[in-house]
Design a protein around this ligand. Structure first.
Ligand code: DMJ
Length: 645
């Protein structure tokens, strides 16, 4: 290299400048090295650590409380690969995610590091935000990712949002040996009822236990296997797995939804749609979900009326619908069109199609808008004009489950459905003011109302209201809560009285409080008992709410009476007159006996952690449907959205 002499600068001066430059450069590089080292040892030097510690490994940690393991056990039983449970795991997942995100970074060269040190801040921020997104993406499983992409329901996400394991710590096994003995007995009754149905009526709707054959009936529009669909969840929660598997196989291979008969919209909804939905939520078997969706779709044409109030009967094949011949002036029945909400909301949840929710919200809107006599809801409404057809009000048949679905809609929405809440407490106030009566003997009962005139009769069906008022007590106005709980207990007591006052210790279809009657049937035609669940249903809820042992004892009295008077050689049968011990059997094992009566008895003798009320509501056929923990489900949905963006 030739040094050209600069004008005005001596050679020695030039040498001095060069050596000064050299020293300066040396100093500068020393300074850079020092700064670099200092940065590296700063406590929050994550960025640099991320660059250099690219090979960090982590071991998966296995932790689990009893209940988490139970939840995993439940998923195993449902044949699903258990997902790590919520809570503990999400923290764990985050830790492991962070560490994994480190290990996934490709090694970065020193040159690149120096480039960063040169100070491109914007670039650093970009890198950071990307790395945050990657952490989120690693927090969701691949099935959830698929669900996020296709907008379908994620069963894994659903189970993570449950507060408790559905089947409890040990399938709800009570610690007290006497109660366990009772529970075992109820399970035996279920097995007996099921085995006989299987033997003599497999695939038909119900068993005729005396003649040992099947009954099809005309409520289900040609659909078959009502007892199978109604039993799926009962068999499952009782741990009768072989029988449950037989039932599942039948659904898989033989449940034909392409029938072409006249079906009751209400019955198909509460038994078939409800049964399939609940089987899906308990087991995660896609089969049940798709069958429920297929059937739900077939029910939609019933809503094609001028008001959107569905008609009671529908041909499942053609979609033509009409009103019951016996319903006055072509009206629709309150307890029928008002008992669709729970199932239809779940159909929307599972399909991500709002149409089902829209249909039932439209019913509610109309009911809200029209004038109600004394705040009461009459039983008959015209689907054409949207006006009440008759002023008959009842908490029993024709009205009953409409009220039940109001409070349960509120509870199922995780207490967010304020519209349902308002309607329920409004209706209850009107019921108390107009229908609730005290008998001369001091029994509280619900009379029926016919255009302002009271009929002092209470149906067996109305006995569900003890449980209903009980589960709604806690969300009433603070000064009414104890009152509602007391009212629930009084009604349940009255219904129990209707049992104790009969020779068989089973209750009649309807009992009266006039002409000297106190909770007894006065007409021959009201004396029958067809294995109905409502009284036992109220015992179950009152037990859960109060833990008063009398409810278990009352349930046991019912078991003994069922065994003595309704159990026949080949199943269980209803009886024609509860007031005589020389019983005459009606030769019918109703499907709701397996779905409701035996399930409520089993729950009554189980610990409260079997299908806990924090997570489940029972539809009117006792099929458990989960409370929709929206905030949890949405949190996770938000997370997924970030991922897919
Ligand atoms: C069941 O099908 C349902 O409980 C319905 O709400 C009323 N009738 C029967 C049982 O009695």
């Amino acid at each position: 290299m030739v040094f050209r002499k600069l004008p005005g600068v001596s050679a020695s001066g030039m040498g001095l400048r060069l050596s000064q430059k050299f020293v300066f450069l040396l100093f500068l590089s020393g300074l850079i090295t020092l700064c670099f080292g200092a940065l590296f040892f700063l406590p929050d030097s994550v960025r640099l650590k991320r660059i250099f510690l690219s090979k960090t490994e982590t071991q998966p940690v296995t932790v689990g409380s009893g209940s988490e393991n139970d939840a995993r056990e439940h998923l195993k039983r449902a044949g699903k690969e258990p997902e790590p449970p919520r809570g503990v795991t999400s923290a764990k997942r985050e830790t492991s995610t962070k560490l994994k995100s480190l290990s996934r970074k490709p090694p970065v060269s020193l040159e690149a590091t120096e480039e960063r040190l040169a100070g491109d801040r914007a670039q650093e921020d970009l890198t950071l935000s990307r790395s945050r997104t990657e952490s989120a993406s690693e927090r969701v499983t691949s099935s959830d990712r698929a669900a996020a992409g296709s907008d379908t329901f994620s069963y894994q996400k659903f189970t993570r949002c449950l507060l408790k394991p559905p089947l409890g710590r040990d399938g709800g096994k009570p610690s007290d040996p006497k109660t366990e003995e009772r529970r075992v007995k109820v399970k035996e009754m279920m097995k007996f009822a099921w085995d006989n149905y299987k033997l003599y009526a497999w695939g038909k709707n119900e068993l005729r236990p005396l003649t040992r054959n099947g009954h099809i009936g005309n409520m289900f529009g040609g659909l078959r296997g009502a007892s199978i669909i109604d039993s799926l969840d009962t068999l499952y929660i009782m741990g009768l797995m072989e029988d449950y598997n037989d039932a599942k196989e039948w659904v898989q291979n033989s449940l034909d939804l392409n029938s072409n008969g006249e079906a009751s919209l209400f019955e198909v909804n509460i038994r078939y749609v409800g049964g399939l939905l609940s089987a899906y939520y308990l087991t995660g078997e896609e089969l049940y979900r798709s069958k429920a969706m297929e059937l739900g779709e077939k029910l939609l044409p019933a809503f094609n009326t001028p008001t959107g109030i569905p008609r009671g009967v529908i041909n499942l094949g053609s979609g033509t619908s009409w009103s019951w011949g016996w319903a006055s002036a072509g009206s629709s029945i309150l307890a029928e069109f008002g008992t669709l909400h729970l199932e239809f909301v779940h159909l929307s949840e599972l399909s991500n199609n709002p149409i089902y929710t829209e249909k039932v919200m439209n019913i509610r809107k109309l009911l809200n808008k029209i004038e109600k006599p004394h705040g009461l809801y009459p039983n008959f409404l015209s689907p054409v004009s949207g006006n009440w057809v008759q002023h008959h009000v009842s908490i029993g048949g024709l009205g009953d489950s409409f009220y039940e679905y109001l409070i349960k809609s509120y509870l199922m929405s995780d207490k967010t459905d304020d519209g349902a809440k308002k309607m329920y407490y409004g209706a209850l106030e009107a019921i108390e003011a107009n229908l609730v009566q005290k008998s001369t003997g001091g029994l509280t009962y619900m009379a029926e109302w016919r255009g302002g005139i009271l009929d002092h009769k209470m149906g067996h069906l109305a006995c569900f209201s003890g449980g209903m008022i009980g589960i709604g007590a806690d969300d009433g106005a603070p000064d009414k809560r104890q009152h509602y709980l007391d009212l629930a207990a009084e009604i349940t007591h009255t219904c129990h009285e209707s049992y104790t006052r009969s020779a068989t210790k089973l209750g009649p279809e309807a009992f009266r409080f006039d002409a000297g009657a106190e909770a007894t049937a006065t007409r021959l035609s009201d004396r029958y008992y067809i294995l109905r669940p409502e009284v036992i249903e109220s015992y179950m809820y009152m037990w859960r709410l109060t833990h008063d042992p009398k409810y278990r004892d009352w349930g046991w009295e019912a078991v003994e009476a069922l065994e003595e008077h309704c159990r026949v050689e080949s199943g269980f049968s209803g009886i024609r007159d509860v007031y005589t011990v020389t019983v005459s059997h009606d030769n019918m094992q109703q499907s709701f006996f397996l779905s409701e009566t035996l399930k409520y008895l089993y729950l009554l003798f189980s610990d409260d952690d079997l299908l806990p009320l924090e997570d489940w509501v029972f539809n009117t056929e006792a099929h458990p449907l989960p409370i929709i923990h929206k905030s949890c489900l949405q949190d996770e949905a938000t997370e997924e959205k970030t991922v897919s963006n």
